[in-house]
Write a protein that binds this ligand. Structure first.
Ligand SMILES: [Fe+2]
Ligand SMILES: [Fe+2]
Length: 232
């Protein structure tokens, strides 16, 4: 992204890692920008999550968001592989579809590291995670969300990309808001067993700013794809 230099290679997910100053600017920009006008499916999902996990921004709630966040990329990857099966004799087209497979995989990896970093923080804090609320219910939501993303893509890809853009926009704003709500995180050092995979950050605040920025990149990608004539 213009003005945001990559300061170290993104080990996974191939997204830019920002410096502390760049992360602060990214947070300010997100908090100043209005949210997208969310569609019906996204609004239902966010209302459901608020009802079950509460409105406050907690690590446990973000874990659930991250469990769900990966599945559109899984659906798109699967659809693209099926498409390659059908068109493999046209190698040029198969190669172009495979580029979508690779992009979907990279985003899944990136979302997975968000999940693992949060899981690690939850474990360190010793937060209780009842199985039904934090394992089975998120799996059920993710299953339905996968089917919906898949179906929308088959009917009209731009609809699936739009739903994901709404989800990512919500995540971006929620992460950046959560950082603003926790000034004490600015001086809390961060170390993780996933440092080499996800990135090295000076503070807990910066880790969450980086995750918020990753969500922004995901959103911008989906917004670009949903405008492409071939997906409308
Ligand atoms: Fe994420
Ligand atoms: Fe994301």
């Amino acid at each position: 992204m213009a003005g945001e230099e990559t300061t170290s290679p993104a080990a996974s997910g191939r997204l830019p890692r920002l410096t502390h100053e760049e992360l602060r600017r990214a947070q300010s920009r997100t908090l100043e920008e209005p949210r997208r006008r969310y569609g019906t499916a996204a609004r239902i999902l966010f209302t459901l999550l608020d009802a079950v996990y509460g409105k406050p921004r907690t690590l446990s709630k973000f874990k659930v968001l991250e469990l769900v966040a990966r599945v559109p990329y899984q659906a798109w990857e699967q659809i693209a592989f099926i498409a390659i099966t059908h068109v493999h004799t046209r190698t040029g087209m198969a190669r172009r579809i495979h580029e979508r497979v690779a992009a979907s995989r990279a985003q899944q990896d990136n979302e997975m590291f968000h999940l693992l970093v949060i899981e690690e923080l939850i474990a360190r804090a010793g937060l209780p995670q009842p199985q039904i609320k934090f394992f089975w219910l998120p799996q059920a939501v993710a299953f339905v969300y996968y089917q919906l993303s898949w179906l929308l893509f088959v009917v009209r890809p731009s609809w699936s990309y739009r739903l994901n853009a709404d989800f990512e926009d919500h995540a971006e704003h929620e992460y950046m808001t959560m950082v603003a709500e926790h000034p004490e995180w600015e001086s809390e050092p961060f170390g993780s067993e996933f440092d080499d995979d996800f990135g090295h950050f000076a503070s807990l605040a910066d880790v969450f700013r980086q995750i918020g920025h990753d969500e922004r990149v995901h959103k911008l990608e989906s917004e670009a794809l949903m405008k492409e004539p071939r997906f409308r």
